[in-house]
Design a protein around this ligand. Structure first.
Ligand SMILES: NC(=O)c1ccc[n+]([C@@H]2O[C@H](COP(=O)([O-])OP(=O)(O)OC[C@H]3O[C@@H](n4cnc5c(N)ncnc54)[C@H](OP(=O)(O)O)[C@@H]3O)[C@@H](O)[C@H]2O)c1
Length: 340
């Protein structure tokens, strides 16, 4: 089978399409014929050896896929709640997604509705699960009527936080670095927008809504520092990522004076726990999608051999929502979302 591989920490330039042996599912695993694979900022970190999970070199990157079950390993449940060859599924795979096949434990696999095409499903799981967990997290617990400030609001996780924030009844302030990304966030439900290349986050939040009850931050750096200065008393800051490359330091006095909580969110640490914020997560997200409350947005599609170019659009800050790799030419026949 064909797979994208990287042999040393060399970033996107080190990616190569190679022929590798077919896979066999181990106990508790399924093998998926991959049709689509989502690109995420964490893939770009993994290629440099700068991500918290560090697979042995060489490896195949790619953290989420959609496709068809080829076969199941020993002990995988069968029947309506289990899996069988032919099932259409999405899965979170850690790494290995940019390939024609992947094996993954069954707990990470979710059946997809017939109405969902593979290109949508391939870019769905990671970003929506991250924002769902972050905003439902017991220490964040976004409640109706609160003000949610989303940084990087036109990006992969950011746009999903805007959508889920609106579903949860928040007033959403979207902050991003371009008017195009802000227009998209507005289309996805944001009540207010701030361009942090030209405007002060702190001043604009105070002028628009008085302050933020929850900050959702996948960016870090100066945007984080400014946001911390407009959080309301009893506010919460969800630390999701550092796309700016700048991991901020938090002055503890800011937290103390206004009873603010800063909470780290690692989706990977939650997704297999069937309690708390992850209970019924995928059925809920897929239901919201089926009923049109979530509208997964894909800005670019690339074929498997152009995975490096796909990840470069993320590094260049040119993508909005998701970038998805078309691993096979055939799709389910269901209409794909808007393309750039
Ligand atoms: N905690 C978790 O479980 C989890 C899960 C998924 C992702 N993440 C993290 O969340 C962050 C965003 O991931 P993503 O997949 O949503 O990425 P993305 O689609 O590229 O979005 C990131 C956004 O960050 C902004 N940004 C600011 N400075 C940037 C820079 N120097 N380079 C690139 N983007 C920059 C960009 O918006 P503007 O141009 O508008 O500033 C961009 O839209 C990453 O740090 C990722 O590792 C964490």
């Amino acid at each position: 089978m064909r797979a994208i591989r990287i042999h040393e920490p060399s970033g996107v330039d080190g990616l190569a399409l190679e022929e590798v042996p077919s896979l066999t599912p181990g106990p508790g695993e399924v093998r998926i014929e991959v049709h689509a694979a989502g690109c995420n900022f964490p893939d770009t970190l993994m290629l440099k050896g700068a991500y918290q999970d560090k697979p042995d070199w060489p490896f195949t990157p790619g953290k989420e896929v959609a496709g068809i079950i080829m076969d199941v390993g020993a002990g995988v449940p069968k029947g309506a709640d289990g899996f069988a060859p032919g099932d259409r599924v999405m899965a979170l795979v850690g790494h290995g997604g940019f390939a024609e096949e992947v094996t993954v434990i069954a707990e990470e696999v979710h059946k997809i509705p017939d109405t969902m095409d593979f290109m949508t499903a391939g870019g769905f799981a990671l970003t929506y699960a991250t924002s769902y967990i972050a905003l439902h997290h017991h220490q964040i617990h976004l409640t109706p009527g609160e003000v949610l400030l989303v940084l990087g609001a036109g990006g992969g996780v950011g746009l999903t936080a805007v959508e889920i924030g609106k579903i949860l009844g928040a007033t959403v302030v979207a902050a991003a670095g371009s008017d195009e990304k802000l227009a998209l966030a507005k289309q996805y439900g944001a009540d207010h927008t701030i361009n942090y290349r030209t405007e002060s986050i702190r001043d604009r939040v105070k002028a628009l809504v008085g302050g933020a009850d929850v900050v959702y931050d996948p960016v870090g750096g100066d945007a984080f520092a400014q946001s911390l200065r407009c959080v309301n008393t009893d506010g919460r800051v969800a630390i999701v990522g550092f796309a700016s490359g700048d991991i901020p330091q938090i002055p503890a006095s800011y937290l103390l004076v206004k009873n603010i909580s800063a909470v780290g969110i690692a989706m990977s640490g939650y997704r297999l726990r069937q309690t708390g914020p992850t209970r019924n997560m995928f059925p809920t997200l897929l239901d919201w999608c089926a009923t049109g409350r979530l509208k997964p947005h894909t800005s670019f599609q690339f074929p498997l051999e152009q995975t490096a170019e796909a990840l470069q659009t993320i590094l260049d800050r040119r993508s909005t929502g998701k970038v998805v790799i078309r691993v096979r030419d055939v799709d389910s026949g269901v209409t794909t979302p808007d393309l750039a």
